[in-house]
Design a protein around this ligand. Structure first.
Ligand SMILES: [Zn+2]
Length: 50
């Protein structure tokens, strides 16, 4: 099985990247996207609470 980055599909060279599923650059971008997504989710939850 070839391990590629889930974002850009590039070959992952370090064990760390393979474990995460992303290359270092994409991991950072993915984390930022996840953080942004979470923020939006929290906002929606707060709006529904009222
Ligand atoms: Zn990538």
């Amino acid at each position: 099985m070839i391990s590629g980055c889930k974002r850009c599909n590039r070959e992952l060279k370090s064990q760390k990247s393979i474990a995460v599923g992303y290359g270092p650059t994409c991991q950072k971008k993915q984390e930022e996207a996840d953080a942004e997504f979470l923020k939006i989710q929290i906002r929606i939850d707060e709006e529904l609470a009222y």
